[in-house]
Each structure stands twice: as structure tokens, then as C-alpha cells.
Design a protein around this ligand. Sequence first.
Ligand SMILES: C[S@@+](CC[C@H](N)C(=O)[O-])C[C@H]1O[C@@H](n2cnc3c(N)ncnc32)[C@H](O)[C@@H]1O
Ligand SMILES: [Zn+2]
Length: 305
Amino acid sequence: MNNAEAESGSLICPVCQQPLKRKEKQFCCNNNHQYDVAKQGYVNLLLPQHKKSKQPGDSLEMVEARYRFLDAGYYKPISDKLNEFILNDYLSKSREAASYHIADAGSGEGYYTEKLQQHLNTAFDSNPPSQQQGALKRAGIIGFDISQRAVKASCRRTKSIQWVTATSSHIPIKSDSQSAVLCLFSRIVPEEFRRILKQDGLLYVASTGPEHLIELREKLYQDVKQQAYNPTSTLENEFVTLEPSLCSNIKYKIELTTSQAISDLLLMTPHYWRATESAKSIIKNLDSIEVTIDVFLTGYRPCQE
Ligand SMILES: C[S@@+](CC[C@H](N)C(=O)[O-])C[C@H]1O[C@@H](n2cnc3c(N)ncnc32)[C@H](O)[C@@H]1O
Ligand SMILES: [Zn+2]
């Protein structure tokens, strides 16, 4: 059994919420609702009534831009910090618990999801069971996104993560089943994240800080506001913030020196939609640009009932 097969045990039917079982190229519930596994390896559990458009999410061009940009490593420090936080939790819990499951909500092209899996697998492979403690369990990971284009792209990375087309508003994952939920620059749905998390589970949210891409924004807009979205206010009825040592503000500068990297960055941000054509063409014609990355990685645990 590979990781994806082990992990798919957390999935539930989006119609009747019964557990889904994998039977060869299909997922099936007790009420015989069936979902085909696509040839790329993902399963579509997004019901038509939960979509606002036929192809929700970013265009193919934006998906490919984000895939290239992330693979070039510009956001690797964010991935490294996330991996460090989750690995510590995994090592402390995975020996006693029956399983360690992670759901990446709005996983996009799967960059962070895959890096996390590689990190945890390395720890798993190099940690023989000690006599005092039980063995580590291999972490099972589900990455889901509302965008089928993004999910298809993430299938190119690895088949050992269960990739799913689904919405964070109706997550097709069992209640109280996940050790960690990730929401990296994606839509936060506190009640659903709370529902799928175990009582001692962790939620990690990545959000942009006030200086994120400030140099790009200064070139695009006349009036640049130093505003940052604070996810804590959205989450406070369901979650409490972890202690400061388990949260991080990741701030550094990157230098983009190719027109491909510059246009990829522009394409993968909301500024692509907001900025005027003339402002965007100024950016596209730059030879190089230095930009600040300013990201908050905030950990939460569910409020105790
Ligand atoms: C800025 S991207 C981030 C992707 C990925 N987490 C990353 O950091 O590379 C936001 C993603 O959220 C997805 N998304 C938006 N609304 C969603 C929803 N309601 N449920 C699931 N995914 C959603 C989009 O399709 C997109 O892939
Ligand atoms: Zn069903």
C-alpha cells in the first residue's frame, strides 16, 4: 500500500458523507456513489452545486506560472519553516497515535505539500523504532484544491499524495481525522478546518505581511497601502494561536533577474487582475527587480470545548 492508498481512508463521500473506499480506479461509498480516479491520479469530489463557475480557480497560464516560480525555489524558506514546525509535531505524536494525517487545503500546484511529504518521509526512513517508544507511522497526506487545473498540475509531482478536487467550504474528509491542516495563502474556512482536525491537531496558516512584494506593488500602484490580512481574527471563534516559538515571520529579499521569473511572479499574484495594463507592461519590461518576501506562518490549535 502506498501513501496515497493509505491516506485515502480519510475521504468521505461529498453527497452522503459516508466513508469512501478505493476499489481499483474508483472511490465508492456504502450508498454506491462512485467517483472515478482520473488518469493523472486525482479524484474529483467537488459537487457541481459547490462550484461558482465551470472551471473555478486560476487560469492554466497562472497555474503554470506559479508552478515554475515555486520550483525555482524563491519561496523555499517558507516551505522549510513549515516543514520544521510540522516535523516536530509529527515526531512528538506519530509514535503514540494510530496515524498521522495531513490535509493541505487549497494546495494549488502542490509545491509545499510535496516538499512536506519528502521531509517527513526522510524522517520516517531514518528513524528506526526505539525500544521505549513505538514506531513512527508514515504520514498520509491529502492535497485538495477547488481548481482542477491546479490539482492536475500537482499530480505531475508525485502520485503518493492523494490529490483531490474539492472546496474548503465542504471538505470531503472525515471529522476528527487530521493531525495537521495547512492553509497556505488560500481560503480559510474555520468551521471546516476545526471539524476535520483531531482535538490535539494543529492548523498552520500562511498569510502575507505588510511588506510582501512591496517593491512590485510600488511599481504597479500610485498609492501603496501597507496592509496585511490577519487570519487570527477570522479564526478566533474556533482556534487559539500557538506560542510565538511555534509561529514565524519569514522575511527576506529575492532578486529576479529573468523576464520569465518577473512575469511569473506578476501572473501568480492577485495584482495581475488588479493592476492596469500599462503598469503591468512596465514590470514586464524590467531586466531585474529585487522584492521583499514578508510572510506570516501562524500555528493554531482548536479551542477546547
Ligand atoms: C494563492 S493559491 C495558493 C496555492 C498553494 N497553497 C501555494 O501556496 O502554493 C490559492 C489557491 O486556493 C485555491 N482555492 C481558492 N478557493 C478555494 C476553496 N474554496 N477551496 C479550495 N481551494 C480554493 C485556488 O484554486 C488556489 O489554487
Ligand atoms: Zn455517498
